[in-house]
Design a protein around this ligand. Structure first.
Ligand code: PLP
Length: 365
């Protein structure tokens, strides 16, 4: 750290240069994050500096967090859901496995997850010393429910299904998994970090939420399809009692206990997340999501005219292809199996989809 401070002018010109090195969202086709909605940016700025880690000092901000959880609970067919705003899917998934382990109280815990699970489950299992049991997928990249049931035993503390997989955009057979969970008395978590703000707005929603009796908890990330500032995730649970293994006493704060993983927590992104949902409503979200789905379908149809085959028909706005070559200047990604992967986020306009299709056409002519 320097001895004497730098002038504001010089400092900000330095910062601007560095910021200029970042890629523009426009050509990013690989990310599940997107440009935050202008309303989110405004609300975030308004709540800058607020700390949800000490809610008694910021009762207004804490109230917004409760409203966000209520709104998401309502969307996910359980207005009475409890939970809190996390820093994202990773934190939500860590907390769920911690919670489920605490509730089960077994000696050698294991969790049963699809092979398509996000790598946050690996982190969570490592942190918590839980055995991870990956379950193979069917040919549409969805968890094989029968194989999942075979993996469940009396040390299984959590069964996990995914609504909107990170790589292929698939929704696991959540209804069947929910029945298995009820049958076997096992805690069932749905990782809807991405799909939680997509599936409810599809023309034909796929059942994945608290409407299914076995679903105990859901992760959903406003900082993905919710167009919120980063970091904004949410963890929702069916009953408040489920959170009890996470509770710690918090001496010297304005509240006596908390069940969050992080201590100091930013209120800005939470206000941003709430503001977007309020501003757009279901109607606005439906229109954005259906636009992203239409772009996904157009991209698939467009690339297939060049003989590039889709890996699968996705349930949400993630398109994957068998394709080795891609044009320069576009930020794309690859799945672990090597498929080209493109996420049609709200910042990816129809014009950009057409431009990418043309660029692909040129190299595959
Ligand atoms: C993005 C994602 C996560 C991780 O969320 P972060 O916000 O990056 O921590 C977890 N699960 C799924 C299905 C995801 O798509």
């Amino acid at each position: 750290m320097r001895e004497k401070g730098r002038s504001r002018e010089e400092l900000f010109s330095f910062l601007a240069r560095r910021r200029g090195e970042d890629l523009e969202y426009g050509r990013i086709l690989s990310s599940m994050c997107t440009r935050p909605h202008p309303v989110a940016v405004e609300a975030e700025a308004m709540f800058a500096g607020t700390n949800l880690g000490d809610p008694g000092l910021f009762p207004g901000t804490a109230g917004i967090e409760r409203l966000l959880i209520e709104s998401l609970g309502d969307l996910l067919h359980h207005p009475g859901a409890c939970g809190y705003a996390t820093s994202g899917g990773t934190e939500s998934n860590i907390q769920v496995l911690r919670m489920a382990r605490g509730l089960a109280g077994v000696q050698d815990p294991n969790v049963v997850v699809p092979e398509s699970a996000h790598f946050s489950f690996e982190k969570a299992c490592d942190l918590l010393s839980i055995e991870i049991r990956p379950v193979p997928l069917d040919r549409n990249f969805r968890m094989d429910a029968e194989a999942a049931e075979e993996q469940v035993d009396r040390n299984t503390t959590c069964l996990v299904g995914i609504a909107g997989t990170t790589e292929y955009g698939m929704v696991d057979p959540i209804r069947i998994l929910s029945d298995i969970a009820v049958d076997r008395g096992v805690f069932f978590h749905v990782d809807a970090a991405f799909g939680g703000l997509v599936v409810p707005f599809l023309e034909e929603p796929i059942p994945f939420d608290f409407a299914l009796p076995g679903v105990c908890s859901i992760s959903v990330d406003p900082h993905k399809m919710g167009m919120s500032p980063i970091p904004a995730g949410a963890l929702l649970v069916r009953d408040e009692g489920m959170l009890s293994p996470l509770s710690v006493a918090t001496p010297y704060l304005t509240v006596k206990k908390e069940y969050t993983l992080t201590g100091t927590r930013p209120g800005g992104p939470v206000a941003g997340a709430f503001a977007v949902l309020e501003f757009l409503g279901r109607e606005g979200m439906r229109s954005i999501v259906q636009g992203c789905m239409a772009n996904t379908a157009r991209l698939i149809a467009g690339l297939e005219t060049f003989g590039l085959e889709r890996a699968v028909t996705p349930d949400v706005n993630v398109a994957t292809f068998t394709c080795d070559r891609t044009p320069p200047g576009w930020q794309i990604s690859r799945t672990r199996k090597g498929h080209l992967r493109i996420v049609c986020m709200p910042h990816v306009s129809r014009d950009q989809v057409e431009a990418f299709i043309s660029a692909m056409g040129e190299i595959h002519a």
